[in-house]
Write a protein that binds this ligand. Structure first.
Ligand code: NDP
Length: 496
């Protein structure tokens, strides 16, 4: 049984080494809801205004460094983030609920992403020079200015660093608004990062989305918003940013389909890989598989083997190494998935609840839920059309690939998708017909996409693309600097 924490953590406002007193709210352990893991500051518009001013001051110096100079500073900061990783991973599991190896992965992404963008930071300064008979044009990138990063609770550190690192490399100071449901390990990490960089370059404003978040996105001093979260909140962010025509990139929800073709070999690797792609982080990952479409020839075999594999899952406190998955992160999410499963049963579907509770788990005092596999579900059932963000998945048979493609695309989302087959050429042909920002063949999980691939959603799954230079361009202004005095190609009246 995991022990109680040795200290209570606090996510305070971090900005330019100053102190900002606020009211606070508790962060609860989702595996033991009676345990307060720490508290977070409830920042409001007044603090937001002060922090934006600090970021505006920092923008002048940070933005005028060369990319290579910023890269060197980011490398030093990445080294600082390697310290106390184990302590912060334990803290992350206590506040988020997921198993410890996932927390380590989440936090380990911090230094890794910083180093990646530190290495490519010199490329930010590369200019394109166009010379023709009319003269010369230089096309260059400029930083946008204070950049707000709003983060969800499922992979708080990794998802923050994924957008923060390119924003810094591009010359923008950042202001991060963590989620109220997992603010502690992230704020701790960002406080370390802030200390390793000049004052005001990295700032943290903990608080509620509707207050701190809304005040940040509508502040006239903010020039870019990088938002990761649900589609409804994304809409609110767009409305807030519209006041000052602030540029917004959105990484939103997904209802990712996976298509298993008759040509797939249902060996242990495939079944385990799909299990992992559904139930990682207790199903709370934006591009986990959310719907499984399985061709009729292998459907029965798939359902049988998949149920057996899911039945091996052990649900318990994420700190216990015997747990495969932890609890859901918060009550709202627990209630939402519970209601979804209730409506699925009412729709006449078969919900097979599998797996087992880890011995000694305080089941009724945590947001625990056993994994389930759903069959016999109508296509218009909520579990098929909505993002469940929990440990359950519908498995739907199809005869014709045309039907699978139509059902896969019948969604307002378009984040990721996958096709599973021993014939990769055929799978790629099917994949080309899916409207999603990323389509994978024979994999579909955290790590399937990397910095060599643009990452982002089509339709209501987002705006813009992340990873590599795409991410740098997402938070840079492009300027055309032109000396082309010969304008004879566009003649006007001689008198003008
Ligand atoms: P939410 O949208 O509820 O919250 C995300 C962040 O937005 C939180 O920090 C929240 O603050 C803040 N927020 C909420 N309302 C506003 C507002 N009006 N203005 C500014 N900020 C606001 O998402 P969840 O945290 O519940 O995360 C789950 C969702 O995120 C899922 O839909 C998932 O698919 C999506 N997601 C997408 C990813 C992607 O890469 N595409 C990755 C991970 C998740 P607070 O919580 O403090 O109130």
């Amino acid at each position: 049984m995991p022990s109680a924490p040795e200290k209570t953590w606090t996510a305070q406002v971090v900005s330019a080494g100053r102190t900002y007193p606020t009211d606070t709210a508790p962060v609860v352990n989702p595996a033991r809801t009676g345990e307060i893991v720490g508290t977070y500051a409830l920042a409001g518009p007044r603090i937001v205004a002060e922090v934006v001013r600090n970021a505006q001051d920092a923008a002048v110096t940070w933005g005028s460094l060369t990319g290579a100079q910023r890269g060197r500073l980011l490398h030093t900061a990445a080294d600082a983030l390697e310290r106390d990783l184990a302590t912060r991973a334990e803290l992350l599991t206590r506040e988020q609920g997921k198993v410890l190896w996932e927390s380590r992965l989440d936090l380990g992404g911090g230094p890794r992403l910083l180093r990646y963008y530190a290495d490519i930071a010199p490329a930010v300064d590369e200019e394109t020079v166009v010379r023709d008979e009319r003269g010369t044009t230089v096309i260059r990138r400029l930083p946008m200015g204070p950049t707000v990063v709003i983060v969800p609770w499922n992979y708080p550190v990794y998802l923050c660093m994924m957008v923060l690192a390119p924003a810094l490399a591009a010359g923008n100071p950042v202001i991060v608004k963590p989620s109220e449901f997992a603010p502690l390990a992230l704020t701790e990490t960002l406080a370390m990062l802030a200390s390793a960089l000049p004052d005001g370059v990295v700032n943290v404003v903990p608080g509620l989305g509707g207050e701190a978040g809304a005040a940040l996105v509508s502040h006239p001093g903010v020039r870019k918003v990088l938002f990761t979260g649900g589609t409804e909140s994304g809409r609110a962010v767009l409305r807030g940013a519209a006041q000052n025509i602030t540029s917004v990139s959105l990484e939103l929800g997904g209802n990712d389909p996976a298509i298993v073709l008759d040509s797939a070999v249902l060996d242990d690797r495939l079944i385990r890989e799909i299990r992992r792609s559904v139930y990682t982080c207790t199903g709370q990952v934006c591009f986990n598989i959310k719907r499984l479409y399985v061709q009729r020839g292998v459907y029965d075999e798939f359902v049988d083997k998949f149920r057996q594999a899911v039945d091996e899952i052990v649900v318990g406190d994420g700190l216990d190494p015997a747990s495969t998955t932890g609890p859901l992160n918060n009550k709202k999410q627990f209630d939402s998935v519970t209601a979804l499963l209730d409506s699925t049963r009412k729709d006449g579907a078969q919900v097979d609840v599998l797996g087992r509770a880890l011995d000694g788990t305080d089941w009724d005092n945590g947001y625990f839920m056993l994994p389930s596999v759903v069959t016999g579900i109508p296509h218009d059932s909520d579990l098929v059309s909505r993002e469940q963000f929990g440990p359950t998945v519908p498995v739907v048979p199809f005869d014709d690939v045309e039907d699978a493609v139509r059902m896969a695309n019948d969604t307002e989302f378009g984040l990721a998708a996958s096709v599973w087959s021993e014939d990769p050429e055929h799978a790629l042909t099917v994949g080309r017909r899916i409207a999603a920002g990323s389509v994978f063949v024979n994999s579909h999980r955290v790590g399937s996409s990397d910095m060599t691939m643009p990452f982002g959603g089509m339709k209501q799954s987002g705006l813009g693309r992340n990873h590599g230079m795409w991410a740098i361009d997402e938070c840079s202004e492009l300027q055309a600097l032109s000396h082309r005095p010969d304008t004879s190609a566009f003649p006007g009246p001689a008198t003008w």
